[in-house]
Design a protein around this ligand. Structure first.
Ligand code: PAF
Length: 281
């Protein structure tokens, strides 16, 4: 595996690979777990070469969020990626990604989608995500990019950006990888105390309960959301939201909508956990 942090060396390498085949890309913020490795394996199946980036992106963290404490585990991540047959690890510094002061950085904004749900709770977050992903796409120039479906809203924002800006990248969503007890894998699970870790799978259980009611035909969206948020609170979470939305655009659904997704974000101790169940498939 080649490891690069410099843009011109990256461009030279990618250029030569693209002459003889295609390139799949998995952007990450590191602190890798099985969920990330599943993305790398999916990428491996789709292309001749696999590039993974590790960059903890300051632009997508709000004031008081966990940017400074976000776990940086480069050595371990690097050997995990090597074990999966990754061809190239791109690990730029903040100075390579953002040579100018942040307030002068050009930004990419996907309006509407970026200000709902997690975007409402974390103002500016999705502008940070779309900006860095756009920039990484321009640097890596992948044919295919793989993202996890756990970050349902993020995946939608990226698909919309690629579509609106006619980026020549095929965006592929990979299934959420779960622990045996149902908890969606996430780097932020590492913030949980042993007690909180035992509580955390309740998030998925509560969402599964809502999904069951919806599959049974309930369209009492408001009642289901309120009840689910109450169950989370009673278990020790501080929910940001539980929302039943139209899966195609995250808008509030009509009464007989079939294309639904149920999403939640909830704080447990120091961890902000998100999860979703997509009923549209
Ligand atoms: O999902 C993530 O890890 C990040 O939001 C991403 C897509 C790598 C952009 O920084």
């Amino acid at each position: 595996m080649i490891t690069l942090s410099d843009l011109s060396a990256l461009r030279t390498q990618i250029e030569s690979w693209r002459r003889g085949g295609n390139v799949a890309f998995v952007p990450t913020m590191g602190n890798l777990h099985e969920g990330h490795l599943a993305l790398v394996r999916a990428a491996r199946k789709l292309a001749d070469r696999v590039v993974v980036s590790i960059f903890v992106n300051p632009l997508q963290f709000g004031a008081g969020e966990d940017f400074d404490n976000y776990p940086r585990t480069m050595e371990r991540d690097s050997s995990m990626l090597e074990g999966e047959g990754t061809d190239l690890l791109f690990a730029p510094s903040v100075a390579v990604m953002y040579p100018k002061p942040q307030e002068q950085q050009t930004r990419v904004e996907v309006p509407g989608l970026s200000s709902l749900l997690c975007g409402a709770c974390r103002p500016g977050h999705f502008v940070g995500v779309s900006t860095v992903v756009c920039k990484l796409f321009n640097m890596v120039q992948p044919d295919i990019a793989v993202f996890g479906k756990k970050d349902f809203q993020q995946l939608m924002v990226i698909r919309r950006m690629v579509d609106d800006l006619a980026m020549p990248v095929r965006v592929v969503g990979a299934e959420t990888v779960r622990e045996a007890d149902g908890l969606a894998m996430s780097s932020r699970n590492g913030y949980l105390s042993p007690d909180e870790r035992r509580t955390a799978p309740i998030l998925y259980r509560v969402l599964s309960g809502v999904a069951t009611r919806l599959r049974e035909g309930s369209d009492d969206y408001e009642g289901l959301q309120v009840q689910a948020a109450r169950e989370l609170e009673e278990s020790g979470f501080t929910p940001d939201y539980v929302a039943i939305r139209r899966a195609s655009d995250l808008q509030e659904p009509e009464a007989d909508e079939k294309d639904l997704v149920v999403l939640a974000a909830a704080n447990l101790g120091k961890a902000r956990l998100i999860d979703n169940i997509d009923l549209s498939r």
